[in-house]
Design a protein around this ligand. Sequence first.
Ligand SMILES: [Zn+2]
Length: 230
Amino acid sequence: MQGNGSNNFNFMKPNKIIRSKRKTLSLTINENAELVIRAPLKLPIKKIQDFINEKENWINRKKRLIENQIKDITNNKNKLLYLGSLFPIKIKQNTSKELIFTGDEFIANSIEPTSLSLLIKAWYKNKFREIALPRVAYYVQQHKLTINQVRIKNQKTMWGSCSSKNNINLNYLLIMAPIEVIDYVIVHELAHTIHRNHSFDFWSSVESIMPDYKEHKQWLKANGYKLRKV
Ligand SMILES: [Zn+2]
């Protein structure tokens, strides 16, 4: 799949072309590092190839990034991420509790991958609730904000959201991130109770509550992929 812009006979091929009633051409690298093209129904293949050739450097860069992320996740398959650190997970079938965290390692009593994954999810979700809810309450009180409900969910694409009725949703996979990053997402969503957009005033509010928020926002951008696989 290595393309070469200077040679017309040796071009990069997409892994998938999805044709639909759209008007524009789009190109993405999916989580398996595959090149996916979305194209209008009748657009000639030549046009698609020209577009790919034009974006070849970007495609290669993005593919390498995702490939490295896949490698990183595979290398750490037997470890669990918790509050920004990796801990080994060991299986001991006679333990009474299904999943425990000793402070140094996780011990699970199941070797069956599906039930192990369910155990981990449940543990993460409970732990996130335990850690995040008091922090939401703290910021609400400290900055005299008004919120309605806080819901802990697994939102596939979002770390958090704030509805027009000030219901705050938080993604429990954030339990894998450092505590400051969890705080940043909480502060971000709470600031939406004041500003419904991402305007300059919104970011000023975030900064007034959390002066070093940029560092944590950046962490999430660079490491967010690590928080998705359970
Ligand atoms: Zn936002």
